[in-house]
Design a protein around this ligand. Structure first.
Ligand SMILES: NC(=O)c1ccc[n+]([C@@H]2O[C@H](COP(=O)([O-])OP(=O)(O)OC[C@H]3O[C@@H](n4cnc5c(N)ncnc54)[C@H](OP(=O)(O)O)[C@@H]3O)[C@@H](O)[C@H]2O)c1
Length: 268
């Protein structure tokens, strides 16, 4: 292990944490997890009143909190804002958590063009662009962490959620590439691939949510992985077993089985 790597591993205590998608769900749980005196939180989301409510909870725990309401589909605006936040106070930890699910509407032959475009932008293009902008600031400082919130959906060819599955798969590869590139420069990069978390996103699914965990439990596992600069965290671990088992199944058979899975989403 090089000196910068060792330094990054042993001395990580973030004083400025920026979280996207912090207006609810996992992002809110992450914000509350990191909220404490001497920690500044910068929380991004679209819904200003929900962001404000999360900020109030975090301030009650002693944090200084700034909120920004923006749509990540406007990537240039996101990059400018990230740079402005970093100019004001260097960002030690960037958590790219915002995401949208995309399930083919019931009875439709394909996913919708709008949903596919949105998933591509919010789940892949925005986080990889923002991560690059952050890494360009952190690397010269030889300090910082970036965490990507992917999904175990990246492990399989989901016929009913091609945009979600593939955007998260692209995110996974980007994250491990960036981990490899940044390790000698003292910047940690962690890919998080969760199974079902009890948030608004998974509650919209019409069906079982096996091995469901709470957003608070997920947040503390993620913080633990980030603290030790773990490259990849998959939880619950049963999904890691499923990933390796599915790699043994011939693709044609796997696709036939996956087509049988009737996953529906409410509110489409
Ligand atoms: N829940 C699960 O079972 C599960 C499983 C695996 C992975 N994940 C991943 O975990 C992450 C968090 O999901 P969650 O479960 O907490 O979902 P959630 O409750 O639906 O929260 C999603 C967050 O992303 C923000 N967001 C969505 N579209 C946006 C856009 N265009 N611009 C800016 N912000 C946007 C939302 O902001 P507003 O509400 O303010 O619009 C919200 O804060 C996502 O990346 C998701 O893919 C979730």
């Amino acid at each position: 292990m090089s000196r910068p790597e060792r330094f990054a591993k042993l001395n990580f205590a973030p004083r400025h944490v920026l979280i996207t998608g912090a207006s609810g769900g996992l992002g809110k749980a992450l914000a509350c997890h990191y909220a404490q005196p001497a920690v500044q939180l910068t929380l991004w989301g679209r819904n200003e009143s929900r962001l404000q409510a999360v900020a109030d909870q975090c301030r009650a725990r002693g944090s200084t909190v700034e909120i920004h309401s923006l749509a990540l589909t406007d990537i240039d605006n996101g990059v400018s804002l990230l740079e402005a936040c970093d100019d004001a106070r260097p960002v030690d930890l960037l958590i790219l958590n915002a995401g949208v699910s995309d399930i083919r509407p019931e009875g439709a032959l394909t996913e919708t063009v709008d949903a596919v475009r949105e998933a591509a932008l919010v789940n892949y293009a925005a986080p990889v662009t923002l991560a690059t902008a952050a890494a360009a600031r952190m690397a010269p400082r030889r300090y910082g962490r970036i965490a990507f919130i992917g999904s175990v959906a990246a492990h399989h060819d989901l016929p009913f959620a091609s945009a979600y599955s593939s955007s998260k798969a692209g995110l996974s590869r980007f994250s491990t590439c960036l981990h490899a590139a940044m390790a000698p420069l003292g910047v940690g990069v962690t890919l998080v691939e969760p199974g079902y978390i009890d948030t608004a996103m998974s509650r919209r699914l019409d069906g079982a949510r096996p091995f469901l965990i709470s957003a608070e439990d997920a947040a503390s596992r993620i913080a633990g992985a980030v603290a030790v600069n773990r490259a990849v965290l998959v939880f619950p671990r049963v999904f890691l077993v499923l990933k390796f088992l599915s790699a043994l199944v011939p693709r044609g058979i796997a696709h036939r089985l996956l087509r049988l899975a009737e996953v529906k989403q409410r509110g489409q």
